[in-house]
Structure formats: C-alpha cells, structure tokens
Design a binder for this molecule. Structure first.
Ligand code: B12
Length: 211
C-alpha cells in the first residue's frame, strides 16, 4: 500500500484532522486514486479504531476525534469521488435507525447516491420507525435505505419494516439495509429487498432495481 495511504490512515486514527486533510490533498495532487483513499485509508482507519476500542487501547474520546478527522477529510475527497450526474434517476430516503447515532457510513451512502443522480432525503440519525413511514408517505421515494452500526439497533430495522408493513406502504418502496454489523442473512430475515456491503454496492443495486 502506498505511503500516502498509510499516512492518511494513521493521521485519522490519531485524530489529527489538519494533518489528515493536508496529506489527503497532497495524495490527490500526486494522483492517488480517491476511491482507494476512501477504502484503504479512511474506512480502514475506522476499522482499526473500532478494533482498538474493543481491545481497550482506545476509549470513547479517541474514537470521537478519529471520527471527526474522517468526517472532515470526506469533503476534500468528495469532488474527486463523484461526478456531476447527467440525469436524475430516482429518490431515496436515508436514515440511521432508532437508538443509533453513527452517521459516517450513512453520509457516504448519501453522497454517492447524490453523485449518481438521486435525490436524497436525509432523515438523520436515531430515526424512529414512524418517521420512516411519514417520509415514505410524504416523499414517495423509490428507496428507503437504513443504516445501523450497533448490533442492538439492528432490531430497529426490524421494527421499521413492521411499521412500513402496518402502514400499508411497504410495497411502494424498495428497502435496502447496511452498516458494519449487517448481513445478507439479516436482511432476508427482516424482509428487506437488499443488503449492501458498501456505498458503491448500494448505488449499483439501486440502479439495477430501477431498470
Ligand atoms: C466512529 C465510531 C463512533 C463515533 C460515531 C461518529 C459518527 N458521527 O458516526 C462515536 C465516537 C460517536 C461512536 C459512538 C458509539 N459507538 Co461507535 N464506532 C465507531 C467506529 C469506530 C467506526 C464506525 C464508522 O464510521 N465506520 C466507517 C463507515 C464508513 O463504515 P459503515 O458505517 O459500516 O458504512 C459503510 C458500509 O457499512 C455501508 N453502509 C452503511 N450504511 C448503509 C446503509 C445501506 C442501506 C447500505 C446499502 C450500505 C450502508 O456503506 C458505508 C460506506 O462504504 C465503529 C467500529 C466499526 N468497526 O465499525 C464503532 C462501533 C460501531 N461503535 C460501537 C459502540 C459500542 C459505540 C457506543 C455505544 C459507545 C459508547 N459507549 O457510548 C456509541 C454509540 C452511541 C449510539 N447510540 O449510537 C461498537 C458497536 C458494537 C456492537 N457490535 O454493537 C463499535 C463496533 C466499536 C467496537 N468495536 O466496539 N462510535
């Protein structure tokens, strides 16, 4: 892996946002692939932070400053990652489910969808099942995309599916789920239309389902 990628990853893990931004700018200027920076530096940094948190090497404040560094690098990367979509494709409602405040992954999904020509209604974090239902009724989207990062909050996805069914709007939308602890098996179990491993997969599946 290139030295630049390693350096960006390291600055993010250490929560050094100015250094992470500077390193990202020089890597981009040197022609390093932006997708690689996202995957091998930023997302890899978050996995490592998670590992260190689990093992007790890191505590919550370190996880927070690393997350802030990542969040601030993303806008630097954004113009290099996504182009101007030629045409509008469809509409998606995105949100992190009830009880969960993690939004980095959800925001990347949103960014990639917008870059691919989707209108995205972002419900934010800690979104209760009835808020998803209201958004479907009000916005008439093609997709409802739910994100969860905590094993316990995956259950909020199940409750949201139940709420969509109970309100009679489930058949009006395709539902996609994602986030680090999610699996295809869980998506099948709660009756979602698809699971996406990452933001690229999410956009690809949405495109396929529309055609
Ligand atoms: C950063 C982080 C935080 C930040 C969040 C900042 C923010 N604004 O989001 C802070 C410090 C605030 C935080 C808080 C907490 N966290 Co935290 N956090 C993380 C960490 C390190 C990284 C998460 C992340 O952003 N990853 C990078 C993104 C890009 O990845 P992603 O979200 O998976 O998204 C990608 C794909 O999954 C996919 N995707 C995502 N959403 C969707 C949706 C759809 C539809 C599709 C198709 C795809 C898709 O595309 C994305 C891009 O490719 C993880 C560790 C880990 N391994 O995940 C722990 C982790 C998730 N946190 C954890 C915990 C325990 C907590 C706290 C409860 C800690 C506490 N004691 O307070 C709180 C939670 C509070 C709450 N109720 O939400 C645990 C969860 C354990 C579990 N299994 O349940 C983890 C796994 C850490 C650990 N190893 O223990 N956290």
């Amino acid at each position: 892996m290139s030295e630049a990628i390693e350096a960006i990853k390291d600055w993010v893990i250490r929560g050094k946002r100015k250094e992470a931004i500077e390193e990202t700018r020089s890597a981009l200027a040197a022609g390093v692939d932006p997708g690689m920076i996202m995957k091998d530096a930023l997302i890899a940094a978050m996995s490592e932070v998670g590992r260190r948190y689990s093992s007790g090497e890191f505590f919550l404040p370190q996880m927070m400053i690393a997350a802030r560094a990542m969040t601030e690098v993303i806008p630097v990367l954004k113009p290099h990652l996504i182009g101007e979509a030629a045409e509008k494709r469809g509409k998606a409602v995105v949100g992190t489910v009830a009880g969960d405040f993690h939004d980095i992954g959800k925001n990347i999904v949103k960014m990639m969808l917008e870059g691919a020509g989707y209108d995205v209604v972002d419900l934010g974090v800690d979104v209760a099942p009835d808020k998803f239902v209201e958004a479907v009724q009000k916005e008439a989207p093609n997709f409802v995309l739910m994100s969860a990062l905590i094993t316990l909050t995956m259950e909020s996805m199940r409750r949201t599916m139940e709420a969509l069914n109970a309100a009679g709007v489930r058949t009006k939308v395709r539902v996609g789920v994602g986030g680090a602890p999610l699996t295809q098996k869980f998506a099948d179990e709660i009756g979602a239309d698809f699971y996406g491993e990452d933001a690229y997969a999410c956009v690809q599946t949405c495109n396929q389902l529309l055609h």
